[in-house]
Design a protein around this ligand. Sequence first.
Ligand code: SF4
Ligand code: SF4
Length: 384
Amino acid sequence: MTSCAVKEGASRYIDGAITRFDQKNEMFNRPFWDPAFKDLYQRFYMDTVPPKNLPGYDLHDQALVNAAWHLESHYAHGTNSGNHGVYAWDWTRRFDYPRVPSGLKIPAEHPEEITPYIKSAAAFFGASLVGMCELDRRWLYSKSYKKDPNGGTSEALQIPEPFKWAIAVAVEMDYGGVGCAPASPASAATGLGYSKMAFTTGLLAQFIRGLGYQAIPCGNDTALSIPIAIDAGLGEMARNGLLVTPGFGPRVRLAKILTDLPLIPDQPIEFGVWDFCMICEKCAKKCPSRSLPLGPPHSTPNNISNREGVHIWHINAETCLPFWAQNGTDCSVCIRVCPFNKPPGILHDLVRRGIKNLPWLNRWFLWGDDVMGYGKKKSARRFW
Ligand code: SF4
Ligand code: SF4
């Protein structure tokens, strides 16, 4: 990929007309309104999952999943329509402690001075990665969708013009938990990621409000997280339909904050993921539901849960989610097996540098990944 294309951020993947995505069409919402997935509503959202006498599926494992999701499920709802709990869009009450007088505002003229404060605060509140970009309004949902057992409700989404910037936040998922995918420790890693997303962005939004500006913290709601994260320089698009980051690969959860606080944007990055995915098909070959494509990327969506007008590897969410329901977990096999999913270390960092700078050795790096046995499923016994 040329450096000019990389500078375009997420626009580098666009090859046709795109319209804003309707959140209703996101796969987790379709069981609420799409007759084709009526049975999935029952199986995925309503049925309980009795523990099994199997490592990774027993009561300890499932209790861990429930606990990891607790903050997200009860105080945030970042997988729903937005503007709930920790993800509230404003803060009308007085600050409690320490008391901050209302009406104070830092000057907006020097974004180069305030941007490092925002990055430090994000890290302090728990972000593993943070980046800034100008908000590209094509990534905002056209409508939000509020899940409801009676069918859900759609609402046109309007984000006022002064919200010109976005802060992309990534939180690392637990390596050991993801290593057990598709068993429950991986679901716990996912749930903990969602709870941390809410905690981190909710507090960071409150920090921005304390500086005198507006902030909308979002989980999966309100806008597409991946293109914002690409624009903000956090990573690249990959075959598994996820953002791959330099330090954690796809083993992150993404959130964002929209704000009227002027910030210095980060530069989009490229470190060899696209070229590596061209020769590596591990995620597609290992996907239990065959929901990831083999071969080169293309521009044809599989169904309404994909975006039109983008040249990427389109995942088939219509077959992915039923596997989750069948297995009783959130899967994550496509994260576990990805060669970029490794913690930092001398050897891993050397290979990452090789993938970036010596792409003609990619087949050799891939062979080495197989020989070393990376990406194999770990027993949940080792997790505990
Ligand atoms: S989450 Fe699992 S089923 Fe879904 S695409 Fe990834 S590997 Fe396949
Ligand atoms: S497993 Fe291979 S093909 Fe899939 S996202 Fe990772 S690097 Fe790309």
